[in-house]
Design a protein around this ligand. Structure first.
Ligand SMILES: *[C@@H]1O[C@H](CO)[C@@H](O)[C@H](O)[C@H]1NC(C)=O
Ligand SMILES: *[C@@H]1O[C@H](CO)[C@@H](O)[C@H](O)[C@H]1NC(C)=O
Ligand SMILES: *[C@@H]1O[C@H](CO)[C@@H](O)[C@H](O)[C@H]1NC(C)=O
Ligand SMILES: *[C@@H]1O[C@H](CO)[C@@H](O)[C@H](O)[C@H]1NC(C)=O
Ligand SMILES: *[C@@H]1O[C@H](CO)[C@@H](O)[C@H](O)[C@H]1NC(C)=O
Length: 666
């Protein structure tokens, strides 16, 4: 049994006197792990005991009315109200908006609103009294306030609290948790965050209600309106058992609840705004066999040309009319001898809108051809060699092909206690970067929202001096175009303070930076020396230094197959996550039939990912979402901080009191 529980148990046994807590005996260190609401509950009990001692003392000694003994109580409650304000996160109303249609929430909401309204009045009244230069209200006004709190016929605070308690006991958290899977996409909150926000919102309102009740009893006692010690104590016992029951309920409901936070598809896909593309990594390309060998012959067939290049432009035929592929020419295939080619606008990044063969087969989508179709015919040389036009893939790095990923680390300003709170992909100077949002960490896992900012991207150009492939950025190619899809997470005492990509073999591999922190005081602990980079633990260490350990084996063994992928934005169905950690995806050309292989997929989702109420992260991931037969999107996800560990019963559980015989007092 913990010391604190022991103290409480002991005190409970000393009833019927009011719970009088020797604050000097508290071991503050034991409280380092409590959530903000539990901490506030605890702090209030300490205050409550202090004030009851004061009130009973004053009442016993019959202090005169003129000395205004109630001002001490009013002031202390005012301070505590400010503390609740300061520590509790803002924005619950928006955070809970997704629950509007959940019946269990609608039921509890009426009582929350009613208690909050009373509390707002209570606070306003306090402020009026405490403002400098203000004359305290007469006793009559305070008495009315206290009586309104205790006996107001339509919204008695204690009755609201009883109803809220009943709804919690009836499983409001469990019911809401069951609805969360269908809600999580568009809320900018992980499922656990929604539930935690709901819990905090209910628990804080309950606490406010409870403080008002105790305040009223104290005041009425000071005014000699009755004894009230018994009522106050009953309320306290209910408060304790209610708090403990709520913690049991929320912990159970949170079990296994997802902490993933990612963006759904936008209402409309807009290039440069919601997504970006790797361009012309592998692109469908028509070339005649005669130009694909250094002898200018047509002795083979298209399928023989698996890995070659362009050697010339025989007689300035079709090759003169299109942009030459100056890189690798890969995986050629013969469709038919003669065709019409509809060229695309060079600005579109495509070479062809579509290709229609004489056989009737069409690659791409046949539409009106604004730039005019070109007839392209293969020919015979000396009757037995067919100089065929082949359909190949072109892998040509150059000004038309954006195929770079930043390898430099991206971090929050750790030395100034900033942690990562959001992620997004951006393309700057043709290079893809993961950009981080940072915010100042505060006690109890809170983030100071006024400090949020997207850390400016290190926007170098690949042509800058001292910028190198493999060191500052990774250049994709036919051989090196895999992206590992991993969810990475730190331990409970760590937060994300950075992200980066590195190369393992031919794969781009994701890493996060983790820094230990102190939950209660809200500080990163020695970030310079204690931060670590973490990658997928399944990564074979031999791959990290292949020169030392034999040949390279791929770590991520399962490839996410994009089967006959069409352009991702063509589907009207929303994307769904379809990858799992330990997989990888390869950037690849779109399908020949559907798109003449003109587009590189998957696309990159560039929507920002951040929590609605800013929050620290335990982890982050890169994943793929899409629809079958479409290329889909690569996107970042956040793994929000796990608050479950901090939900602890601060009051002795009923069963615990029995063990009191062996209580240690320190
Ligand atoms: C989610 O966040 C994005 C940008 O951060 C914002 O545009 C959008 O309105 C948010 N959605 C909700 C439901 O808050
Ligand atoms: C008030 O009630 C408490 C507990 O019920 C009792 O011990 C105390 O004597 C009472 N005080 C007065 C003044 O009645
Ligand atoms: C961190 O923040 C401080 C204070 O705003 C600033 O002076 C410093 O340059 C920042 N460090 C980095 C690496 O951005
Ligand atoms: C916060 O806690 C850590 C260890 O838990 C300690 O090293 C640090 O000094 C504390 N900082 C403050 C401001 O109390
Ligand atoms: C971090 O390590 C350096 C070198 O080992 C040391 O000088 C410094 O004091 C350490 N910082 C802290 C905060 O312990």
């Amino acid at each position: 049994m913990s010391n604190i529980k022991a103290i409480f148990s002991f005190l409970l046994l000393t009833q019927p006197a009011l719970l009088i807590l020797p604050t000097s005996a508290l071991d503050e260190n034991k409280l380092t792990e409590y959530s903000v609401v539990d901490q506030l509950r605890y702090d209030f009990l300490v205050l409550e005991n202090e004030l009851w001692n004061y009130v009973l003392d004053v009442a016993d000694n019959g202090v005169k009315e003129e000395s205004k003994p109630e001002m001490e109580v009013i002031r202390k409650f005012g301070d505590f109200g400010s503390k609740i304000n300061k520590l509790s996160p803002r924005g619950y109303e928006t955070a809970l908006a997704p629950l509007e249609n959940v019946w269990a929430f609608a039921v509890v909401k009426a009582d929350l609103v009613s208690v909050e309204a009373m509390y707002a009045t209570f606070r306003r009244f306090q402020d009026l009294q405490l403002a400098p230069g203000k004359v305290p209200s007469p006793r009559a006004a305070w008495r009315q306030m206290a009586e309104a709190i205790l006996t107001e016929p339509h919204n008695r605070v204690d009755e609201s609290l009883v109803r809220i308690e009943g709804i919690v006991a009836n499983g409001v958290y469990r019911t809401v948790a069951q609805e969360l899977d269908t809600l999580k996409c568009d809320t900018n909150q992980s499922a656990q965050q929604v539930l935690y926000n709901l819990y905090n919102s209910i628990a804080l309102t309950e606490l406010k209600g409870y403080t008002m009740i105790q305040f009223s009893y104290m005041l009425l006692k000071l005014y000699n309106e009755g004894n009230f010690t018994k009522e106050a104590q009953q309320q306290q016992e209910r408060f304790e058992s209610r708090s403990n029951a709520a913690i049991r309920a929320i912990k159970a409901a949170m079990e296994g609840l997802s902490r993933d936070l990612y963006r759904c598809d936008p209402r409309k896909h807009v290039k440069g705004k919601t997504y970006e593309e790797v361009t012309q990594l592998l692109q469908g390309y028509v070339q005649n066999e005669v130009d694909m060998n250094n002898e200018g012959t047509c002795r083979e067939n298209c399928a023989e040309y698996k890995y070659t290049k362009s050697y010339g432009c025989y007689k300035n035929l079709y090759c003169r009319q299109q942009r030459n592929c100056a890189g690798k020419i890969l995986n050629c295939k013969y469709y038919d001898s003669d065709m019409w080619i509809c060229p695309a606008s060079p600005l579109s990044g495509r070479r062809y809108e579509y290709i229609k063969y004489e056989s009737g087969e069409v690659l791409g989508r046949e539409t009106a051809c604004f730039r005019g179709q070109t007839k392209v015919d293969s020919w015979w040389r000396w009757l037995f060699w067919h100089c065929s036009y082949c359909m190949c893939l072109c892998d040509e790095a150059g000004p038309n092909s954006d195929r770079f990923f930043n390898l430099r680390p991206v971090e929050s300003n750790m030395t100034h206690n900033m942690v990562v709170t959001g992620l997004r992909f951006v393309k700057v100077n043709r290079v893809f970067h993961l950009q981080v949002q940072e915010g100042l960490l505060e006690p109890f896992g809170k983030i100071d929202e006024t400090t949020l900012r997207w850390v400016p991207v290190d926007g170098y150009k690949i042509t800058d001096r001292n910028v190198h492939n493999g060191q500052d950025y990774h250049q994709l190619s036919w051989e090196q175009r895999a992206l590992d899809l991993d969810d990475l997470q730190g331990d409970q005492g760590q937060l994300v303070t950075g992200v980066k990509f590195k190369k393992i073999g031919s794969h781009l591999n994701f890493e996060i930076r983790l820094t230990p922190f102190d939950f209660k005081n809200g500080t990163l602990v020695d970030p310079v020396n204690k931060s670590i980079w973490k990658d997928n633990p399944n990564t074979d260490s031999s791959l990290k230094n292949p020169r030392l350990h034999g040949p390279i084996k791929p770590v991520h063994l399962t490839r996410l197959n994009l089967y006959q992928p069409d352009i991702p934005t063509r589907t009207t169905s929303p994307s769904v996550p379809d990858s799992s950690t330990d997989q990888y995806v390869e950037f690849v050309n779109s399908d020949f039939k559907k798109d003449a292989a003109q587009t590189t997929v998957p696309f990159i989702d560039i929507q920002p990912v951040q929590s609605l109420i800013a929050a620290p992260l335990s982890g982050a991931g890169i994943f793929h979402k899409g629809q079958p037969h479409f290329g889909g999107f690569v996107a970042p996800k956040l793994i929000t901080y796990d608050f479950r560990e901090h939900l602890k019963a601060i009051f002795p559980e009923e069963g615990d009191v029995e063990g009191v015989g062996s209580v240690e007092m320190n």
